[in-house]
Design a binder for this molecule. Structure first.
Ligand code: AMP
Ligand code: MN
Ligand code: MN
Ligand code: MN
Length: 287
């Protein structure tokens, strides 16, 4: 565990994080983070409040987003870092992704009901929260409604692929998503590359295709990654010519193993994505 200074993958209540954007920034600061990005799923609704809080705390901040995409029919996540949240290309993307998420949430609710779980009740509770709905919201609601003991069980019984509440979704193609991020002035980064069920060969093909589409980086240090996983992601970055990013994927202060800044250091052989000119010049510099 080293360098808690940079964390470029964090969620707020604008998507499935537990802390509001300003509280998230203060929590990250208390955890030792000095430079961060807010990266909610398919929304930049929290960026303005996070940016204000970061300024108050004296932290380096870039707007970000974690966009849902499809590659070879699989859902993958692409981070847009240092994007312009006002850019029309990004506005159109998040609008489209938001309607996909709202439609999907309706179908998840129906399917859960059909499976004897309280789907519509969960949907109503989620709607009352006002966030852009994710499966995490359903998992939490199912726990609250007594249909599962914890998040892991809710995913395992109802929400993961192959379970009754899983709804395959036609996310936009990774190549298009990458283009939208670039059009919004941002740096596109493959999130948690080892989490997808792909062979090592397919993972490299993903990296090459992403690079060819203008993608710049790949997450190397992610929350809870082992040394072996960091090494594997490092070799993937080297072989595909991608720069490296670091991000905890923090959602919840109750999960001690997944706190902001709890990350391995980027290996010295890897160029940090935050050296890209889209980032402020002093971003990531040690104080
Ligand atoms: P969605 O993008 O709506 O499909 O939801 C994906 C989110 O669900 C991820 O970003 C994680 O936060 C969460 N998630 C996925 N699988 C699990 C799991 N097994 N346990 C807890 N959270 C999960
Ligand atoms: Mn999430
Ligand atoms: Mn993700
Ligand atoms: Mn995430």
């Amino acid at each position: 565990m080293a360098s808690p200074a940079v964390d470029l993958h964090l969620h707020s209540t604008a998507s499935d994080g537990r802390l509001g954007p300003a509280a998230l920034v203060r929590h990250a600061a208390a955890c030792g983070v000095r430079h961060l990005a807010l990266t909610d799923h398919d929304t930049v609704a929290g960026v303005a409040a996070a940016s204000d809080a970061a300024r108050e705390c004296g932290l380096g901040f870039v707007p970000g987003v974690e966009l849902s995409a499809a590659w070879r029919g699989r859902a993958i996540h692409i981070l847009g870092l240092a994007v312009d949240p006002q850019a029309p290309a990004l506005g159109a993307a998040v609008e489209r992704l938001a309607s996909l998420r709202e439609e999907r949430a309706d179908r998840i609710a129906d399917r859960l009901d059909a499976a004897g779980a309280p789907g519509q009740a969960a949907r109503r509770a989620i709607e009352a929260e006002g966030a852009l709905p994710t499966r995490t919201h359903f998992a939490r609601a199912l726990v609250e409604l007594g249909a599962a003991r914890d998040l892991a069980e809710a995913f395992d019984r109802f929400l993961r692929q192959g379970r009754p509440g899983y709804v395959p979704t036609a996310w936009p193609e990774a190549e298009d998503v990458t283009g939208w991020i670039i059009a919004a002035g941002g740096v596109a980064v493959i999130a948690h590359p080892l989490r997808y069920t792909l062979s090592a060969g397919a993972r490299r093909e993903l990296g090459h295709a992403f690079r060819a589409a203008g993608g710049m980086g790949i997450e190397i240090a992610t929350g809870g990654a082992s040394a072996a996983q960091v090494a594997e992601a490092t070799s993937l970055a080297v072989r595909t010519g991608l720069d490296g990013s670091v991000g905890s994927d923090f959602h919840d202060p109750a999960f001690a193993w997944n706190q902001p800044g709890r990350l391995a250091k980027l290996p010295a052989s890897i160029r940090p994505v935050w050296n890209h000119p889209a980032f402020p010049r002093d971003f990531g510099a040690t104080a």
